[in-house]
Structure formats: C-alpha cells, structure tokens
Design a protein around this ligand. Structure first.
Ligand SMILES: *[C@@H]1O[C@H](CO)[C@@H](O)[C@H](O)[C@H]1NC(C)=O
Ligand SMILES: *[C@@H]1O[C@H](CO)[C@@H](O)[C@H](O)[C@H]1NC(C)=O
Ligand SMILES: *[C@@H]1O[C@H](CO)[C@@H](O)[C@H](O)[C@H]1NC(C)=O
Ligand SMILES: *[C@@H]1O[C@H](CO)[C@@H](O)[C@H](O)[C@H]1NC(C)=O
Ligand SMILES: *[C@@H]1O[C@H](CO)[C@@H](O)[C@H](O)[C@H]1NC(C)=O
Ligand SMILES: *[C@@H]1O[C@H](CO)[C@@H](O)[C@H](O)[C@H]1NC(C)=O
Ligand SMILES: *[C@@H]1O[C@H](CO)[C@@H](O)[C@H](O)[C@H]1NC(C)=O
Length: 464
C-alpha cells in the first residue's frame, strides 16, 4: 500500500485523472488536457504509438473519481491487477485550499516503486519540448534523474574535423539531440527504451570514394521527415551549424572483420530503394514493458481523442498484420481472436516481421533503416532470416558486437581533443556521450523479440 503525502497528491491526482480522462468531463479541474496536449509536437505521437501495446491503452475506460474516503475507486490496471484509490481530505498543510492524501492500494503488483517514478517522470515531460536553454536543461535533468545519465562537459572544441579517408561504408552514427521538438521526442524515446542515443544514421561510400549519409528521419525542405541519402558535407554542415536541437554525434566504426562481410552493392541498392520514402513508425512489441503503457498511455489517451483516426489506423493495421487479416476494425479483431481460441495477449506478443508493409510503406524508423541496411549487406549472415530488426531499439543496435574494439585502430582524429578515452569517436557535442553496453553482444536468432524494457534499470534477461 502506498500512502502519499499531500505534497504529491495533486500531481498524482492529475495523473489518475489523465488515465481516466476518456469519459470524465473535467468540469472542476484547474485545466483541461486539451489545453496542454496541442503543445506537444506531432512527432511525440510516434514514439508514443511505438510503445503502445494494449488495447486498454487506446480504449481506456473511466474508472471513477476519488473524492472522499467513502468513495473508493477500483480498477484493473495494465501492471497491477487490482487497484483501489480513495481520497482522505485533511488540512495538514494549513493552506488556503486545504489538502488531502490520495491513497492508492495496489495488489498483484509488478512493482510499484517504478510506478511512482513513472508518475513523477511524466510530470517532468512538459517542458522538454521548448526550444530554449530551459528546455535543454529540462531534457538533461530528466535524463539524469530518470535514467541515471550523466552529462559531463568535454574540453573545447566541441567538434572534430574528420578525415573522410578513415570513414567506410557501414560505419554507424549515433546521434543524441537534447533541445527543441526533437530533443523532447528523443528524451522520451531514450527513457522508454533505455538507449543513450535517440537517432541514428549510416555512412556509405560510393565507387568514387565520396562519402554519403543514409538517414531515416531527415527533414526535407518541405519540413517532412523522410528517408534520404545525403552527401556527407551537406549533412555535416547542417549538424554543425543549422541543427537547433544541439546534436551530439558519435561515430562508431565497424570492426574490420565485420566490414569485410559488408556488401556495399547490396547496401546501396537498399538505401536507394528507400530514399524519398516517408520516415516510418513501428509498433514495438514492448508488451511486457508496462511502464510504457502506464506512463505514456496517459498522454496518448488524450491525444487519441484529438486524432482518433490516425491512432486507430496504425493500431488496427499492426493488429491485422499479426492476425494475417486485412482491414478488420478493433471489434472484428477481437471476434477473430476469440474464434481462433487465442487471446489478445498472445496476439500482442507476436513479433513484428521485417517484411510487413504498412499502408504508408515499410516500417522504417531511423534504427530499422540502418539495421535493415546491415541485414541486406550481410552483417547478420548466416542467421539473418531469423533476425527481425524492427524489434531492435537504438540501444540494441549499438550493443551489437559489430564495432571496432581495438583502440589503436581508431582514426587519429578520434576524440583527439578529449582527455577521456572513449571506445568510439565523438565528433560533435558539448557533453561526453555515453553508450552503456556498447559493442557487447553477438547477434543470435530471434534476438530482442522478447525483451522487456523497464526504467530505471532496464533489466535485460539473457537471450530474450
Ligand atoms: C462517509 O460515511 C460515514 C459513515 O458511513 C458518514 O458518517 C459520513 O458522513 C460519510 N462522508 C461523506 C463525505 O459522505
Ligand atoms: C486550512 O487551514 C487554514 C489555516 O488554518 C485555513 O486558513 C484554511 O481556510 C483551511 N482550508 C480549508 C479548505 O479548510
Ligand atoms: C577544422 O578545419 C577548419 C578549416 O580547415 C579549421 O579552421 C579549424 O580550426 C579546424 N578545427 C579543428 C577543431 O581542428
Ligand atoms: C552483393 O550484393 C549484390 C546485390 O545484392 C549481389 O549481386 C552480390 O552477389 C553480392 N556479393 C557478394 C560477395 O555476396
Ligand atoms: C515474410 O517472411 C516470412 C518468413 O520469413 C514468410 O513466411 C512470409 O511469406 C513473408 N511475407 C511476405 C509478405 O513476404
Ligand atoms: C590492435 O591493433 C594493433 C594495430 O593494428 C595491433 O598491433 C594489435 O595487435 C591489436 N591488438 C589486439 C588485442 O588485437
Ligand atoms: C576484439 O574482438 C575480437 C573478436 O571478437 C577478439 O578476438 C579480440 O581479442 C578483441 N580485441 C580486443 C582488444 O578486445
């Protein structure tokens, strides 16, 4: 049982309210979620929908309001099977508005300590998206507090003049943005996935030795996010001088043995076949990760009221793929599941397949794009048929044992201004980038298809 002090009752109350928003008309609350939500950029919707995994999240039900000790609310939650809440009013704080304690009783709990952390974390989400020094500080503070990240300042200069000769096809770019709309978006994604980078791209050299960058999530002149293959100079110039999200970039060179496997022709074919397509989303099978459902779902719930069509389409499409059906809506899906003697839970644990094509193209988040290119280039051979890269997070990607592990083989310019030796080359950013778990895991069949992800420890069972 958790009894919270009156200092936290209001925020918890607001969050419980968020959960329950769907049919509550919030007549007597100080603000309406509709006033807050449009402040969140559209890009937030992607990571949010990425991590949704239960219909309950999308179709929340009103569980009641807590207003007095006599008025107890019970509900079945995503992570706790039996939950009760009631409100005890008192005036211990002696304030004008009085005070009270919201009691939340949970049982059959997964763990409730993280839940409190989660609720608090949500509270900190709102300033993350402002494109100001304050917004950047909020992102840093959030990642320090909720992920245990550290932001140590590096010596100047905060950028490196790389030598293109030392860069090869397949080398990985891990990017971390900490300001503005992308900053807030990445912060949430890092927090839910445990990754210390929020964006990725890949280097490609053409037959004349010119260096290019393949990137899913590149913003074109019309302001759309697309998949693009861009000359290095143009890409770097943008990151150095025009990207207002304060990008931090690490260059992760492939291990020579892995590089020897890399089929450049196949990689180019794949990259060019994807170029110009919209940057995609994916429905990560993070079913076990109920923190996502509890936390982000509360915002999502409100959002799905504002753009219900968009939310429902993506959700239904993903479920239809899993069932092998087409165009069933949610009630029909439920009937179909029932008919097959299966359960909704089982349906949700079916991993995403890399060859599923959605109505707006293949599923190509920034990391799925890079890893699919690796797959096409042969880096997952001989097990590539049993690896579904859409199940990988950015952390899973940089954890792969694909990268240079002999520091004497790193390029001369690698971290040349820094006094701390990193196993990869940070080429941009004021703060030193950390990538815990970097270069540590050999690929294996069905890798990452059953991995939970739960802040703040992100425990990963072996061979999940
Ligand atoms: C709660 O119940 C008690 C006993 O049943 C009653 O005396 C009290 O007035 C009730 N309080 C409210 C706010 O309804
Ligand atoms: C709470 O106590 C303070 C000080 O005793 C008083 O001024 C205030 O009106 C009380 N509030 C309520 C809601 O009872
Ligand atoms: C990078 O190259 C430019 C142009 O050659 C030079 O002005 C600058 O000092 C170099 N910076 C670093 C950090 O080496
Ligand atoms: C590399 O990929 C191309 C195109 O997919 C293919 O034709 C070629 O045989 C591959 N090369 C090797 C060495 O596998
Ligand atoms: C996707 O791949 C699976 C096995 O890897 C195969 O059975 C299935 O037919 C493929 N689907 C499409 C649409 O290519
Ligand atoms: C690391 O690379 C250097 C230079 O290529 C080589 O001399 C050394 O043996 C390598 N070390 C290991 C442990 O492979
Ligand atoms: C790097 O990895 C290779 C193969 O995975 C291993 O043989 C080698 O000892 C490693 N080198 C270092 C310096 O750890």
């Amino acid at each position: 049982m958790a009894s919270l002090s009156s200092s936290s009752y209001l925020r918890i109350f607001l969050l419980v309210f968020f959960f329950c928003y769907s049919s509550v008309q919030a007549a007597n609350l100080p603000f309406h979620p509709r006033d807050v939500l449009p402040l969140l950029p559209k890009q937030v919707s992607w990571p949010i929908i990425n991590y949704l995994s239960s219909a309950v999240d999308l179709l929340p039900s009103f569980v009641g309001s807590v207003s007095s000790p006599n008025n107890t609310v019970e509900w079945k939650g995503a992570c706790f099977y039996e939950n009760t809440a009631w409100m005890e009013f008192h005036n211990k704080s002696g304030s004008e508005f009085g005070g009270g304690t919201l009691h939340i009783k949970v049982s059959n709990a997964h763990s409730w300590t993280w839940m409190l952390g989660t609720l608090e974390a949500l509270w900190d989400v709102f300033p993350l998206f402002t494109n100001t020094g304050w917004g950047e500080k909020s992102n840093i503070a959030f990642l320090e507090k909720h992920m245990g990240a550290s932001f140590e300042e590096r010596p100047q200069p905060w950028y490196t003049n790389i030598s293109v000769d030392d860069v090869h096809s397949g080398d990985f770019l891990a990017i971390s943005k900490i300001r503005g709309r992308w900053g807030g978006f990445e912060t949430l994604e890092k927090w839910v996935s445990g990754a210390y980078a929020g964006h990725t791209a890949v280097c490609l050299k053409d037959s004349e030795g010119k260096l290019w960058v393949g990137e899913s999530g590149h913003e074109n002149e019309e302001g759309e996010d697309i998949i693009a293959v861009i000359p290095w100079d143009e890409w770097w110039e943008f990151e150095l001088n025009k990207d207002d999200s304060d990008p931090h970039i690490a260059f992760l060179p492939l291990h020579p043995d892995i590089r020897a496997k890399f089929n450049e022709t196949a990689a180019w074919e794949y990259a060019l076949s994807m170029s110009g397509k919209p940057y995609g989303y994916k429905v990560v099978n993070a079913y076990e990760s109920c923190v996502l459902r509890v936390a982000v779902a509360s915002v999502m719930t409100v959002w799905s009221k504002i753009q219900p069509e968009y939310a429902a389409n993506m959700w239904n499409e993903a479920l239809n793929k899993r069932l092998g059906t087409q165009n069933l809506d949610l009630p029909e899906i439920l009937v179909e599941v029932e008919k097959r003697g299966s359960s909704f839970d089982e349906l949700l644990t079916i991993p995403e397949q890399d060859n599923w094509t959605y109505s707006d193209g293949k599923s190509t988040s920034c990391i799925a794009f890079v890893l699919e290119l690796y797959k096409e280039a042969g880096l997952f051979d001989p097990i590539s048929d049993s690896v579904q890269v859409t199940e990988f997070t950015i952390k899973d990607a940089y954890s792969l044992k694909f990268f240079e592990n002999n520091s004497s083989r790193l390029p001369k310019w690698c971290n040349d201004a820094d006094n701390v030796e990193l196993p990869y080359c940070q080429i941009l950013g004021k703060y030193r980038m950390e990538l815990p778990g970097y270069n540590s895991m050999d690929p294996y069949p069905h890798m990452n298809e059953r991995c939970p992800s739960m802040p703040p420890k992100y425990y990963r069972p072996e061979n999940c």
